[in-house]
Design a protein around this ligand. Sequence first.
Ligand code: ADP
Ligand code: MG
Length: 309
Amino acid sequence: MGAGEFELINSCFRGMGGSRKSFTRLGIGDDASIHELSAGMELVVSTDTSVEGVHWPTDFDLSKAADRAVCAALSDLAAMGAEALAVWLNVMARDASAVEKIGEGATAALRRYDIELAGGDTTRSVVNALSITVAGQVPEGKAMRRDRADVGDAVWLVGKLGFSALGIEQWMGGKTKGYFVQYLDEIRPKLEAGVRLRDLGVKCCIDISDGLVQDAGHICDASGLGMDLEVADVPGWELLCKKAGEKRALRAVTGGGEDYALLFTAPASLRFLEGFAVKIGRCSEMPGVRLYLHGEAVEVDSKGYDHFG
Ligand code: ADP
Ligand code: MG
């Protein structure tokens, strides 16, 4: 890259995230960052890539896309019940103005959650893309995992489903002012909820990024059980039906990702506050995810997003 690279890094990224945490001893500016973890805590790390034309439409605002990408990456920490500590941002950009726009959106998301940007990489690319690495911490042994569900556990949801998927559908269909498009600006990783669930003793959780059926299926596979889920109990279901019709609503809820709701399981004895989490089903011995609509079994053909499917 030309002489502009380091100026761009300094103006777009250095000091542009949230405030420095005690976790980071040395942040942006050296060959690597240096970190220290508090006693009794485990490090939780996840990495996520978002590509123009694959994860967001090419005519979508680049800074919004970057904001969404950072939120999506942080959602994985929420799902583990981790407190977010720092983020590393690899920016692949067609030109300097794309670096600036990506920097603007990404750092806006980090400031919103007060998470430090500890490093990254900036390169020219034939396609705009971001690769985001996030680090968080959990007390030893307390991370929420996909393989911790038990038969008889209730299945709960924090957040709604389907709104973002319908927003993308409207946008791609040229309805850029459509009702659901507003939800594309509203991805919010459930970081506080994740930590709260962990503190309440929840052991098993996933964030819904690729659709309810696929992501619930990941818990079922990892935990060696099945789930019966009532679609009509999913928050926002009635509004979705009213605005999109039952068929599209069903497809969006079961196969559409991107709202980053948290799906978790907990013994029936654990109760959650009304309005915080909503119970949508139960874990059973029979493998697989079974869906019901007002108590009637329903089949869906949409099994969620698959990059190579
Ligand atoms: P190196 O050549 O040693 O890999 P770079 O020149 O790529 O280092 O980066 C210089 C510093 O700027 C490093 O501390 C790196 O973490 C930081 N940096 C580069 N790009 C970004 C970015 N997109 N976001 C945050 N920090 C970045
Ligand atoms: Mg180096």
